[in-house]
Structure formats: structure tokens, C-alpha cells
Design a protein around this ligand. Sequence first.
Ligand SMILES: [Mg+2]
Length: 305
Amino acid sequence: MQVLVVDDNEIDCLTTGSFVEKANMNLLVANDPYSALEIIANQEITPEIIVVDWIMPKMNGLELCQKIRELKFTITPYIIMVTSNSLGENEQNALDVGADDFIEKPIHGAIFISRLRVGARIINLQKKLLSLAHTDELTGLLNRRAAIDACKTHLSRLARTEVPLSHCLIISDIDFFKKINDTYGHEMGDRVLVDVSKRLRNSLRPFETVARFGGEEFLLYCEANEKEIKLILERMRKAICTDPYTLNDVSLNLTMSFGCVVIKQNDTHHDINEFIKTADSLLYEVKNAGRDNFKVATFASMKND
Ligand SMILES: [Mg+2]
């Protein structure tokens, strides 16, 4: 758990910081609100719990708290306001501008640590909800929404890269999946989806994306050029069709079809949906040509068609 302590008083900072370390949490320190905002803006280390001193010169804790609440986060930080002012209305003001908790100085170590743990519970709950919202329940892969977010991140990295790389977006689906459900029932259908997901996931590197995009449709995203992706797709096609899928006494073989668009750096300004549409149309061509195959084309060549 990353904890940021913001306090203009260095001794208070040390004391509060020592409690954070005693709670086995990671300590970040800022001696004024401006450096606190810089730390918060840094994408690498996002503080999850922020302990804010109320009385500070230039910008007080209340204003800092308001500023933090105006920012956008994936995980909203838990804010504990700390003050030596014991006027009754302070607590209400602090909570009203967005603090989650309020403690008076001098800080009582054991109670403070317990309150840090309350904050950690709220943060962990947010992480759990976020992961549920991003995950396909059956297969454990990313769901459609998370897949699009992941692709956007990949694309912005491709846009920034200095070496001429290319990325590939693949839409694939299981051939004649409806028949499997109709013939063997949904339990077998689910078994196939889980197994196919594992085989696809194992075909790509961990930082690349494999997502369940729809019913029996998957989105894959990887770093490869046109030549490399053909080898990867052939390996993937074989991984899908070679070993049978079994449940109880039933064992069956299946195949998949893949449409793959190769994205170059100067394509990255296009909307993600354009790449998906292109990959989809290549998949459609594979389906029409008899399935159990893949088709690869560069985005630029498809644009000019
Ligand atoms: Mg102060």
C-alpha cells in the first residue's frame, strides 16, 4: 500500500511516517502541497492513502483535498486529514470537501495504524471491484470493455516508440461454435471456451492482450510485424485444432478462424474501432473461404481498397 504523508512540519512528517512504516506500508513524503500534487500526478507511483496536514502555508490541507478530488483516478485515493485545530466544525469541513477520515494531533500511533488499515480495506475493495468489472467471469480473460482500454494503451505506446515497430490486432472466433452448444449442451460449450482461452493466452506474451470479445469471439493484440505474426497465427491455429476438447465422456476437435490487421506507427491516429472493423472484415473473408485459417493485411493496404 502506497501512503503519501503531506506535512510542512518535518518532525510531524517523521513521526507520521514512522507509523506508516510500522504498518508495513510504503512511505512517500511531501513537505508542501505542491510537491504532493507532483507525486500524485506521477503515473508510476500513485499514492493510495494520502495523509494531509490541515495547516500549511500557501495552500492548506482543505484546498489540497479539494484539488485531489478534482483529479481523475482509476483507484480513488483514501484521504486522512490531520490537524491540531480541535474546533468542532473542522471535522465536518474536512469530510465535506472529500476527506475520508479525520484525526487530531498529536497522533496516537496504534489508532492511526488501525485507521490506515481501514483505508487499505477501502482501496483493496476498489481494486477487487475494478478487476471484476474488467474480467470475463467464465474464462478469466479481459472482457470487451477492458480489451478496448488495453488496445488504446498499446496504441499510444506504439505512437510514442522510436524504433519502427508494428503491432497486430486480431479478431478470431471458434468455427461452428453454435453446433457444439446445440449438440453437446452449454456445459461443453463453456468447457470449450475456457480451454480455447487458455490455449490463446499461452500463445502470446504476458504483456500482450487476449480478451473475450463476445460470445465465441476473441480479441488479441501483440507486438509483431507481418512476417512474425504469420508464424504466431499458424502456431495458434495449430494449438487450437491439434488436441481435442474433453468433458466427461465427450471429446471433440475444433478449429478457429483469425483476421489480423497490422498497425504501423503512422496509423496510430485512427480510432481503435477502425482497426477492429478491419480485422473483422479479414475474419469474414477467412470464414467465407472455408474457415480454420487466418488472413493478415496491413491497415494501410485495407484503407486503400
Ligand atoms: Mg502544519
